[in-house]
Design a protein around this ligand. Structure first.
Ligand code: NAP
Length: 225
């Protein structure tokens, strides 16, 4: 049976721990840091620590040679990371957003972008809604949608109650309207995506050593490349 360890058991890593159930091996946090030996007992490790903790953890995770799914944000990865991971004879996947649904959206927006080239005078609007505590606007996700669409697009934001995150793209002409909507229902969605990615590292034996973006694994498995 696949055994996965978790580093960082806070809001997101805690969800991973809950969802892994009998597949959970070890858990680590700031007061109980991982050891190379313990990591080597695991088939993979899932890591949700703040970005500033990444430089301290990297050498231990590399030395263990254990496949790793990293969800940390706010850190800069070294330029030669792929080389370092290859030298450790292992495979890592990195993602600042582990939502599987968002990958389906990425592919859909790319199709909308190309397809709408033949529409007559289309207008584009991205609208995002988040809870009142979110500081940045527009959201990083809305900016990703804009990048994937690659068109002149109006982007608007609203802050309401405890909304986890709603993103909507509308493409409109004088005669028709397309709406694409994604709603995050539970932050467990990130845990779900990270576990899926760790499973790919474990099960896809033909995957070469090195660093993968989450989207690359998604495209590979779904064939949507
Ligand atoms: N990729 C994605 O899809 C995604 C989704 C959500 C969040 N994130 C990112 O994931 C990170 C964690 O977010 P969160 O909201 O779960 O944070 P959090 O609730 O603050 O939890 C952070 C966890 O990391 C542990 N930690 C901190 N420094 C450590 C170290 N040096 N060694 C081992 N463990 C350490 C903490 O341990 P203590 O409890 O002992 O302090 C805690 O368990 C952030 O960078 C966040 O932006 C990414």
């Amino acid at each position: 049976m696949m055994k996965i360890s978790v580093i960082g058991t806070g809001k997101t890593g805690g969800k991973v721990v809950e969802m892994l159930g009998e597949h959970l091996l070890h858990t680590f946090d700031a007061t109980n840091p991982p050891t190379v030996d313990a990591l080597q007992e695991s088939d993979a490790v899932i890591i949700f620590v703040p970005g500033d903790a990444v430089p301290d953890l990297m050498p231990i995770v590399l030395e263990s040679g254990t496949p790793a799914a990293w969800g940390s944000t706010g850190n800069e990865w070294p330029d030669d990371l792929d080389k370092q991971v290859k030298e450790a004879s292992t495979r890592w996947v990195l993602a600042t957003n582990f939502s599987l649904g968002m990958n389906i959206i990425r592919k859909s927006i790319e199709a909308i972008s190309v397809g709408s080239n033949i529409l007559k005078n289309p207008s584009y609007h991205i609208h995002e809604v988040h809870h009142v505590h979110k500081k940045d606007a527009p959201s990083g996700t809305a900016l990703s949608w804009k990048e994937w669409l690659n068109k002149e697009v109006k982007v608007t934001s609203a802050r309401e109650g405890d909304v986890n995150g709603i993103h909507e793209l509308k493409v409109r002409t004088a005669t028709e309207e397309i709406t694409l909507k994604h709603e995050a229902l539970d932050r467990a969605l990130f845990a779900e995506g990270a576990i899926w990615a760790a499973e790919q590292l474990i099960n896809q034996e033909e995957l070469a050593d090195g660093v993968y973006a989450f989207g690359q694994l998604f495209d590979r498995v779904t064939g949507l490349s």
